[in-house]
Design a protein around this ligand. Structure first.
Ligand SMILES: [Zn+2]
Length: 239
């Protein structure tokens, strides 16, 4: 049985154990579009090998959903294919790629040798559309470490309008429109609770208990939302 799941006509997803990550492959007539490239050249080579279960066609293009290491650090192995990504995704890799590499190598020492061979290769086909990228974890709160929680609900709301079929999160189980709507509602709750705290109506400790997330995961999004409301949120380098 192939580990690729066909979620639409000629649209495939493969779920990798490392970070429980989803990689997309969309088959065209003379090439394949790959969505996200994993964290290292070694992991990217795994995608290329696994792709042979689907098709002998070459990779014609790559899309990076965003500039986090696990989505874009395998890019170089897909050249000479053009790599598409949002302008801010390309900038994130240019500006924070080296520090992301160092951070992950420290956090996961057994990956350090693989990371040492990574050639950072940001998207060369960029766009500045109205949609930002987003990422959800399976059954877990999304990663808020470099997020803008006040803007996020609106971003997802606009995305939800376009959802027809499956929703493939960066990590975890493939969902549907209801999943996207639920995620949007959760993000909106964070923004609303933060605004109550900002207005002095609610204590942050009470807000923490009222989020849809476990208490230990709720503080960071609330604090970032509060900083955003206070105008003190710096544009951060992602880890
Ligand atoms: Zn990720």
């Amino acid at each position: 049985m192939s580990l690729w799941t066909e979620i639409g006509q000629r649209v495939f997803v493969r779920r990798y154990a490392f970070y429980d990550q989803n990689i997309g492959a969309i088959l065209g007539d003379d090439g394949v579009l790959i969505v996200d490239t994993r964290i290292s050249h070694r992991q990217a080579d795994e995608i290329l090998a696994d792709l042979r279960e689907l098709t002998p066609l070459p990779v014609g293009a790559v899309v990076n959903t965003h500039g986090h290491n696990d989505h874009a650090f395998g890019n170089h192995r897909f050249r000479p294919a053009p790599i598409w990504g949002h302008e801010r995704c390309a900038r994130m890799i240019r500006e924070t790629g080296a520090s992301q590499l160092a951070t992950v190598a420290l956090a996961i020492p057994e990956l350090a040798a693989d990371l040492a061979e990574v050639v950072l290769d940001p998207p060369d086909r960029t766009f500045d559309g109205e949609f930002d990228t987003l990422e959800f974890d399976a059954g877990a709160p999304p990663y808020f470490g470099d997020s803008y929680p006040i803007d996020w609900p609106q971003t997802v709301e606009r995305m939800v309008e376009h959802v027809r079929g499956a929703v493939v999160p960066g990590h975890g189980t493939v969902g549907d429109r209801a999943f996207a709507v639920r995620s949007m509602t959760e993000l909106r709750t964070i923004a609303e609770l933060a605004s109550l705290v900002h207005q002095g109506v609610l204590a942050i400790d009470d807000a923490v208990l009222r989020t849809p997330y476990p208490a230990d995961a709720a503080r960071q999004p609330l604090e970032r939302a509060l900083a955003q409301l206070a105008g003190t949120l710096e544009v951060s380098a992602s880890a």
